[in-house]
Design a protein around this ligand. Structure first.
Ligand SMILES: Cc1cc2nc3c(=O)[nH]c(=O)nc-3n(C[C@H](O)[C@H](O)[C@H](O)COP(=O)(O)OP(=O)(O)OC[C@H]3O[C@@H](n4cnc5c(N)ncnc54)[C@H](O)[C@@H]3O)c2cc1C
Length: 375
């Protein structure tokens, strides 16, 4: 990358968005290039990256997501000492449960994931009840248990990325909303505003890591949109039963409920996927009510009140693969979007791959390449 001296308005690479995507790619770029991460909000990870269920699940979504997740396995399990004083992952386990008439779905789930998840195995209804005693005996008909699911310490992960960026001379500028992008005499000019003021920057490469706003950011550069849909997902914390701390995440094979121990209670999620505008997402009463209804069908634990609830956007391409790579015909505009419900767990693997592609040391495979949409 070019020598830019001490100029603090020109960078090799400007990353738009300080969520897991933007911070991870900047972390892997920072040792090799002068990087700035620009974030509209007061702090990084205000949107999706601060609202996740914080799970690391290798048998999740599809084979492409699995590959990107396992590419970061060593990073998660053996993080560099200077990255975090605490472990990035702790064991959780995952129990997938099937109710009446769901045996076929459970068989299909096991067939899909057993070949690539060696620890995944079928468990009987009695074993399910032994693992999570609040499951309703009359409801649970079978299950699958995978002890390899882990909780991610998202705060430690995102703090580690930020520390690494700064340690290599990179910058993170909050309250900088990119409002204009222009290609001019061989570099990008990035206009920003917060209440109308932010010093303009220039950069050789712009990385679009703006989550649910990725198409908006692309439109600033004059690009046509790619098929990305932000989808709202809701979560609630309810009072926990005694002795639930060691329970795994419990997930229905129908994909309409999961719950897991989450301080100060149990996190319950209806696994909603409601298309949304790019926005500061908030939970709807109806989605919380649906979560409670499903929870009561599956678990024998009365919930008298919800302690806390939130919603976040999971932004998907139609094939549920991320969208990665340089826009065709547009100098130095790089897509890093569409991380759906897997953007935290894929961030080390995908962040490093994206950095390698930007630096010219790797190419984006066709399964994730933005070129699959003809742009
Ligand atoms: C309830 C829920 C549960 C989830 N559970 C998991 C899980 O267990 N494991 C997992 O791996 N993933 C999970 N996810 C998904 C994960 O949270 C997302 O995939 C990930 O956070 C996406 O990261 P991102 O950086 O792309 O987006 P974001 O975190 O939304 O970051 C994008 C940033 O770009 C900024 N931005 C946008 N436009 C501009 C602009 N013009 N100028 C400056 N800044 C801009 C935004 O302010 C935002 O901060 C979950 C998500 C939800 C909602």
């Amino acid at each position: 990358m070019s020598e830019t001296g001490a100029n603090n308005t020109h960078f090799d690479i400007a990353v738009v968005g300080a969520g897991a995507a933007g911070l991870s790619v900047a972390y892997f770029l920072a040792p090799h290039a002068r990087v700035v991460v620009l974030e509209r909000e007061d702090q990084p990870a205000y949107h999706s990256s601060g609202r996740s269920a914080a799970m690391y699940i290798e048998g999740y979504e599809n084979g492409v997501v699995q590959e990107l997740t396992t590419a970061g396995r060593e990073f998660f399990f053996e993080a560099p000492a200077e990255f975090s004083e605490t472990p990035l992952v702790t064991p959780a386990g995952g129990l997938t449960v099937a109710g009446p008439t769901e045996q076929t779905a459970l068989d299909k789930y096991l067939q899909t994931w057993t070949p690539s998840c060696p620890d995944l195995h079928a468990v009987s209804p009695a074993e399910c009840m032994g693992i999570v005693p609040i499951l309703r005996e009359e409801w649970v008909q079978g299950g699958a248990f995978d002890p390899s699911w882990h909780n991610i310490d998202v705060h430690a992960l995102l703090t580690g990325y930020q520390r690494g960026i700064r340690a290599h001379g990179g910058e993170i500028r909050s309250r900088f909303e990119v409002t204009a992008l222009a290609w001019d005499t061989g570099q990008w000019s990035l206009g920003g505003s917060l209440g109308g003021s932010a010093e303009p920057l220039t950069a050789d490469v712009v990385v679009n890591a703006s989550g649910a706003w990725a198409n908006h950011t692309a439109s600033l550069a004059g690009l046509t949109p790619v098929p990305l849909t932000p989808m709202r997902r809701t979560a609630a914390i309810v009072p926990a039963p005694d002795h639930c701390a060691p329970w795994p995440l419990v997930h229905t094979v129908r994909e309409n409920l999961y719950f897991k121990p989450e301080s100060p209670g149990l996190m319950v999620c209806p696994q909603d996927e409601t298309p949304s505008e790019a926005m500061d997402a908030y939970p709807l009463d109806l989605d919380i009510a649906l979560a409670m209804e499903e929870f009561h069908k599956v678990a024998n634990h009365p919930v008298e009140h919800v302690m806390h609830s939130w919603a976040g956007l999971r932004t998907f391409a139609p094939d549920r693969h991320p969208i990665v790579g340089f826009a065709d015909g547009l100098h130095g505009f790089f897509w890093l979007a569409g991380q759906g419900g897997f953007g935290i767990q894929t961030s080390p693997g995908l962040g490093e791959l994206a950095a390698q592609i930007i630096l010219g040391h790797a190419t984006a495979h066709e399964t994730i390449n933005v070129a699959r949409f003809g742009t």
